[in-house]
Design a binder for this molecule. Structure first.
Ligand code: PLZ
Length: 444
């Protein structure tokens, strides 16, 4: 490896001895059904680096799956959490309300697209936000059919499993699944017949809805503005707006699932803004909490108010400690203009990685918006997905000090989700390491 270690510091073999010992305990006590990620165990993290139990320091290109956008253990977040736990740990908002919950809803109303009165409900996880958005859409429209996209990921609960495309590992053996979910093709410019013609891709999708479901039966269309788990797929311009326009012409609600792409990651506050879409409902989680668990459904006030009191909520939703964490995180996003920072990250990474397309025959595409970047790998000279190569690359990147994730319906995409506070030096070091490994492994 020719790239010197500056932000990274690898002092043992990976995994180190303490991680190896913990791995034995992990195998013994943690369900095998819980995904097995990196072979190392985290001890502490700060900004854009994570240090493991053996003292190895890694550059974080995952942000805990797009959560720590404001950085790991952001000082403002830590302070807010420390202060709040001495005041309130939990009351349950529907039992004894508190101000921070309302403040988070105000911030959601302020930053989500749409110049109209908005309201929110706070919950604990992305899947729970999606479930609630569907409940609200059904209650408001009095209809039951839900249209989802091919390659979508919406969560692991029963309803969201049904909405998710990929069987293995998310659905295998977990049926029966919730009914009245219909799947239509998502725009995938690299691979679909429509390429850059998003309007044509939207027309094909909405024609299919008319044919299979009938617009009068559809409560909502839900789409990720950039597909996350499905492969960091950026739809062609005109696709999302085509879906939303069709929805609005047929009294169907349009829901943007911004759980992975939202809150500055894409270079805008919300990724649906790239196609000029104003969703009726928007689901958020991950980056919103700055590292603490919180999620939300935000939408037009009249839609959000269609639900009978007590119809949505839960014991922990909008826990006060998570609320102050979210407020601190959103404060950092505003103060540091993190949408602009994410756009800058995208430019730096594109400058370093885009030349690989054409130079390295296994790199089919480098795509994304802002700091949500995917690299799709194929077998040289074909369009066949190359999961095996991605496996070899990620085996080496961890050895060289990068925390990095993959994705894609075929497992052949490397995804980059660095904390948005990453410095140019840290980012360049990480991407140079990745680039060298891609070139070497692709040549084998
Ligand atoms: N909607 C768009 O990306 C979560 C899941 C990883 P939860 N994505 C990461 C895994 O293996 O479970 C996600 C998402 C989109 C919904 C969800 C679900 O969010 O907070 O994991 O429930």
């Amino acid at each position: 490896m020719s790239v010197p270690q500056v932000a990274r510091k690898i002092v043992t073999a990976i995994p180190g001895p303490k991680s190896q010992t913990l791995e034995e305990e992990h195998k013994k006590y943690v369900s095998a059904g819980v995904g097995q990620g990196m072979p190392i165990f985290a001890q502490s993290a700060s900004g854009s680096t994570i240090t493991d139990v053996d003292g190895n320091r890694f550059i974080d290109l995952a942000s805990g799956i797009a959560v720590t956008g404001v950085g790991n253990c952001a000082p403002e977040v830590v302070k807010a959490v420390q202060d709040e736990v001495t005041k309130l740990t939990h009351t349950n908002f529907a039992t004894t309300p508190y101000e921070n919950y309302i403040d988070v809803c105000k911030k959601l109303a302020e930053h989500t697209p749409g110049d109209f009165p908005k309201k929110s409900v706070l919950v604990n996880s992305g899947a729970e936000a999606v479930e609630n958005a569907i409940k609200i859409a059904r209650r408001y429209t009095g209809r039951s059919a839900i249209v989802v996209m091919e390659n979508a990921f919406h969560g692991r609960t029963n309803l969201t499993m049904a909405m998710t495309t990929k069987s293995m590992p998310y659905k295998q053996g977990f049926g029966a699944f919730a009914p009245d979910i219909y799947r239509v093709p998502f725009s995938y410019p690299l691979r679909d017949a429509f390429g850059a013609d998003g309007a044509a891709a939207a027309k094909a999708a909405t024609d299919k809805i008319e044919l299979l479901v009938g617009s009068a039966n559809v409560a909502a269309i839900i789409a990720e503005p950039i597909q996350g788990e499905g492969g960091f797929i950026v739809p062609a311009e005109g696709f999302l707006s085509g879906l939303a326009d069709w929805a609005h012409a047929h009294d169907v609600l349009y829901i943007s699932d911004e759980i992975q792409a939202g809150f500055c990651r894409s270079g805008k506050w919300f990724a649906c803004e790239y196609d000029g879409v104003t969703p009726d409902l928007i689901t958020t989680a991950k980056a919103l909490g700055g590292g603490m668990p919180i999620a939300a459904v935000t939408g037009r006030a009249d839609i959000m108010d269609a639900v009978q009191p007590g119809g949505i909520g839960g014991t922990y939703g909008g826990n006060p400690v998570s609320c102050v964490s979210a407020l601190a995180a959103v404060g950092i996003m505003e103060k540091l203009d993190l949408p602009a920072k994410a756009a800058h990250i995208g430019e730096v990474v594109d400058g370093l990685l885009k030349p690989l397309v054409g130079e390295v025959p296994t790199v089919a595409e480098v795509r994304g918006h802002g700091a949500m970047i995917g690299i799709e790998f194929v077998k040289a000279g074909t369009m066949e997905p190359n999961k095996e190569l991605v496996g070899r690359i990620t085996k080496r990147t961890i050895q060289e000090g990068l925390i990095m994730l993959t994705c894609g319906i075929n497992g052949n995409v490397i995804r980059l989700l660095p904390p948005l506070v990453i410095t140019d030096d840290e980012l360049t070091e990480a991407i140079e390491v990745l680039k060298e490994i891609i070139i070497e492994e692709s040549a084998k």
